[in-house]
Ligand binder design. Structure first.
Ligand code: ADP
Ligand code: MG
Ligand code: MG
Length: 885
């Protein structure tokens, strides 16, 4: 018989942490904590498998009712209370939780099982009517918002509460006297009845099932769907539903609730870190409605509970072997744990925690490597506010998620989304964020909230996204309707620029210069461990000596792609380049090339020097020439004047160079074949630079690369020129350097005839941007119109320009490598497309036996880690705790 319900309580649970797929992360860990003897209120969890069925046809198996009834009875027995009873009533929470943690993205209902009779009973039993009616009014509001779907602008509750507080002149919700809370419940219900004729269900059983179904429905809620899309969580998981006895942090001054991390989720430092609110219920901390106090202050107010909390967090961390994120509540001095999970953290914290846990002997170094997702390293390399910049600070809040961002201020999530779609950098400014804002938060460069603490919604979500975030900037007064915020007497309007510093909490006026970060010792250690494991080399794509140097600092072991044309985009170089392109004969072209030669040579000298000891792949001129040409009339005129021809003549030349499909036109080796003098000049610049720096003691390893080859004949044509020029340069210089001549593989025909090409070519570099275009037969520049729709509809798992298409393009890559190595055993193979820095693609490159991947400088550490993880996977090493973050 299949079962749907798993109980936990009084030290024993049916489930365990291993059952996340069935119980969701929350339910599985509640079961695990129960089994560990940690104080957890009793309850039960309904299997996640029922969620998808419910969403599909709005039904659940008939046996479920009976199983829930039995499980609820057990909770009643353990608590010595009765659900819905008029004496010693039991209240429960109904909580969501999927196998993958999606903080705050789904719904939870607290204090369920209340009606007028139950509230009266609770007030009498506890002698604390204030508490009973506080719980009651919270419940009606939550039930109306979440289960009955009033959340949003239709919700009538907040204005009624605000009016009541104003009338009673109290500031905090919990300071309302009991009779006013009670009156408020009546007002809530009346307002509710006006909106929904069926009104508020007084029957606790009806409440329970209403809430269970609402949790299932919340799996398909907008914010949950958006979160899953952003974080690639499969929709088939579904959410489990946990029903558990309530414990009350809002009982009075001897009670409270909090959230804590076993280490600092922002930096990774090993210190207990959390926040606590006296006389409050769970969601008060997360919602940022009141600004909580540091958890350490609990020590004074609740000494035994605090001691037990410390003991518990240490135990949980040891048990799970990862940093934990805990929810707890103290009811009349007694501690209860309500949740534990592996804590979300910044990239920097992920690295530090992994390194320190390995150093503490809690996990192995290999586990530490598997535990950090390569993409998380991206954040470590994020820019920060230039320390030398003069800044004008508008306000200071809490540094919730590091990095820095500058952008234009918007106040609404949808606005952030729209503006970002138009290519604007935006900073989303809110009083506080809620899970509804998720799409706008993802679109923004940074997030600023006026309220909330380090564990507020905004802080947690931003850290998860690796996004710069400042919360609790108290001086900031947000006037969303007016489209401004005020801070310390200054006003910032919608569309104005601000800069956020997520590492210090500063909100800075205007657009401030950002600078690159310095890397910590933990990062260095971590990357050394990665380098020990990985089998393939990581190079960089770099077009300038500056890029080359930065990439080397990030650990690049050479250059996999230098795009020579990128050297020509600036200053007076573009003029010489244009002259070369529009030249009508060889003599004219050679004259222009002679101007370009010294510029190229000195760039190559710089790059070779920066890469001393490492190989440098230099690609011969590749792009369609018209990319360099002036099109605006005044630019045409200026160039014509400079060249001593008329503007009309030049315009005619520009027109004659126009191509119907330039990406498949006169470009790549086709240029060097029709204009051999271009290849000659470039080869001369490369080899002269090489002998010049070699003379100074630099170890240079040039690899000359012929682009867009389809046939071996094309390759041989260009190779002959390169080798002839090399011999000439070496003879003149009386010095030789070792070099290779190879090719890009970026056309299907090249991959298919790789055995022919490899007879002449000494290396292959897969140009997977073009290879993806030519394999799919789609233009990257035009794909924006339809590719996103393909991904959305599931016709493609990913954008193939971001994540290598392993089945299609990958097959050509594999075939090309096999064919190539069948004739040249030691053929060196690498990749230089965008995919060279994308973790799953790097793992693929490892598996097909490439010698190296090459990526942009900032992706180098990511590729190093991905390569190490691929090697560990090969060896069958796993993180025993499965705690990848
Ligand atoms: P989320 O997934 O959004 O964190 P939770 O199910 O964890 O939602 O619940 C929201 C808040 O309510 C949390 O702070 C949690 O600790 C608190 N909470 C949930 N169940 C109970 C309970 N039985 N007693 C007291 N507080 C609870
Ligand atoms: Mg929670
Ligand atoms: Mg290309």
């Amino acid at each position: 018989m299949s079962r749907y319900v798993y109980s936990f309580g009084a030290g024993r649970a049916d489930g365990s942490a291993k059952m996340k797929n069935v119980l969701g992360g929350k339910g599985a860990n509640l079961a695990e904590m129960t089994n560990l003897g940690i104080p957890v209120p009793p309850g039960f969890t309904i299997s996640a498998e029922l969620c998808n069925a419910y969403i599909a046809d709005k039904t659940y198996p008939p046996e479920l009712k009976g199983e829930v009834e039995t499980a609820l009875k057990r909770v009643e027995e353990m608590m010595g209370r009765k659900f819905g009873a008029a004496t010693k009533p039991l209240l429960v929470s109904v909580r969501s939780g999927a196998a993958v943690s999606m903080p705050g993205m789904m719904d939870t209902i607290l204090n369920l099982g209340m009606n007028d009779a139950v509230a009266a009973a609770l007030a009498k039993e506890t002698g604390n009517p204030q508490f009973a009616y506080d719980a009651y009014r919270r419940f009606v509001q939550m039930y109306g918002d979440v289960v009955l779907g009033l959340k949003g602008s239709r919700s009538p509750f907040e204005p009624l509460l605000a009016a009541k507080k104003k009338a009673k002149r109290v500031e905090r919700d919990i300071d309302l006297p009991a009779e006013d809370m009670k009156a408020l419940v009546g007002e809530y219900k009346e307002a509710l009845k006006k909106l929904l004729p069926s009104g508020f269900p007084e029957d606790p059983q009806a409440q329970l099932w209403g809430a269970i179904e609402a949790v299932w429905r919340s799996w398909m809620g907008d914010r949950a769907v958006a979160y899953r899309r952003i974080h690639h969580v499969p929709e088939t998981l579904g959410t489990a539903v946990t029903v558990m006895a309530m414990v009350f942090g809002n009982f009075g001054e001897d009670s409270g609730t909090g959230v804590a991390f076993t280490r600092d989720p922002s930096t990774g430092e090993k210190r207990f870190f959390g926040e606590f609110l006296v006389n409050a219920q769970g969601e008060d901390v997360v919602a940022g409605i009141r600004t909580p106090e540091p958890v350490a202050l609990m020590e004074k107010k609740f000494p035994p509970a605090y001691r037990q909390l410390v003991e518990t967090y240490q135990r949980l961390e040891q048990h799970y072997k990862d940093m934990q994120d805990l929810e707890f509540t103290v009811e009349r001095g007694k501690l209860f744990l309500l949740q534990t999970r592996n804590g979300k953290r910044t990239g920097a914290a992920a690295v530090r925690v992994a390194v320190e846990m390995a150093e503490e002997g809690m996990i192995t170094q290999q586990e530490a490597l598997l535990r950090v997702s390569p993409d998380a390293l991206d954040q470590l390399l994020h820019p920060m506010v230039d320390p030398a910049a003069k800044v004008s600070v508008l306000a200071t809040g809490l540094p919730a998620s590091p990095g820095a961002a500058a952008g234009q201020v918007v106040f609404e999530a949808h606005e952030a989304f729209e503006w970002a779609k138009d290519g604007k950098a935006v900073i989303l400014v809110r009083a506080e964020t809620s899970p509804e804002d998720i799409k706008g938060m993802a679109a923004a460069k940074g997030i600023l909230t006026a309220r909330g603490g380090m564990t507020s919604h905004a802080a947690v979500v931003a850290r998860g996204m690796g996004k710069c975030c400042v919360v609790g900037a108290k001086a900031v007064e947000v006037d969303e309707a007016g489209g401004v915020f005020r801070s310390n007497g200054r006003t910032v309007k919608r569309g104005d620029w601000v800069t956020l510093d997520g590492s210090t909490g500063r909100v800075i006026d205007g657009q401030v210069k950002l600078v690159e970060p310095k890397l910590s010792g933990h990062f260095e250690t971590f990357m050394q461990w990665a380098d020990r494991e990985r089998k393939i080399a990581v190079r960089t794509n770099a077009d300038t000596p500056g890029d080359a140097k930065r990439a080397r600092d990030f650990g690049a072991q050479g250059i996999g792609l230098t795009r020579t044309e990128h050297m020509f985009f600036e200053g007076d170089r573009i003029a010489a380049m244009r002259e070369m392109i529009v030249a009508r004969d060889v003599a004219g072209r050679k004259k222009a090339l002679a101007k370009l030669l010294p510029m190229q040579r000195s760039d190559f000298e710089g790059i070779f020097t920066a890469m001393d000891g490492y190989p440098v792949t230099i690609r011969l001129l590749d792009p369609p020439l018209h990319e360099f040409l002036p099109h605006e009339p005044d630019l045409v005129e200026a160039l014509a004047r400079q060249m001593g021809i008329s503007a009309e003549q030049l315009a005619a030349i520009v027109e004659s160079l126009r191509e119907a499909n330039p990406m498949l036109g006169h470009r790549g080796c086709r240029l060097g074949i029709t204009y051999p003098e271009i290849t000659e000049m470039q080869a001369q610049a490369i080899f002269e630079a090489a002998v010049n720096v070699a003379a100074k003691g630099v170890k240079v390893i040039p690899e000359v690369e012929v682009p867009l080859v389809a046939t071996v004949a094309e390759f041989k044509n260009q190779e002959a020129i390169v080798r002839r020029v090399a011999a000439e340069v070496f003879a003149r210089a009386k010095r030789e350097v070792h070099y290779l001549v190879g090719t890009m593989i970026e056309l299907p025909r090249a991959a298919l005839t790789a055995d022919e090409i490899a007879q002449a070519a000494e290396f292959f570099s897969y140009g997977t941007n073009d290879l993806t275009q030519t394999t799919f037969g789609l233009s990257r520049d035009d794909a924006g119109r339809f590719l996103p729709a393909y991904v959305e509809a599931g016709l493609l798992a990913n954008d193939p320009f971001q994540v290598l298409d392993q089945q299609g393009v990958g097959k050509l890559i594999k075939l090309g490598i096999e064919l190539g190595r069948s004739v040249r055993k030691d053929l060196m193979v690498g990749i230089c497309g965008e995919h060279g820095g994308e973790p799953s693609s790097v793992m693929f490159c490892h598996r097909v036996g490439m010698n190296y991947v090459s990526c942009s400088p900032f992706r180098v550490p990511i590729a190093r880690l991905a390569a190490a993880q691929a090697a560990l996977q090969d060896k069958g090493v796993e993180d025993r705790t499965g705690a990848t973050v």
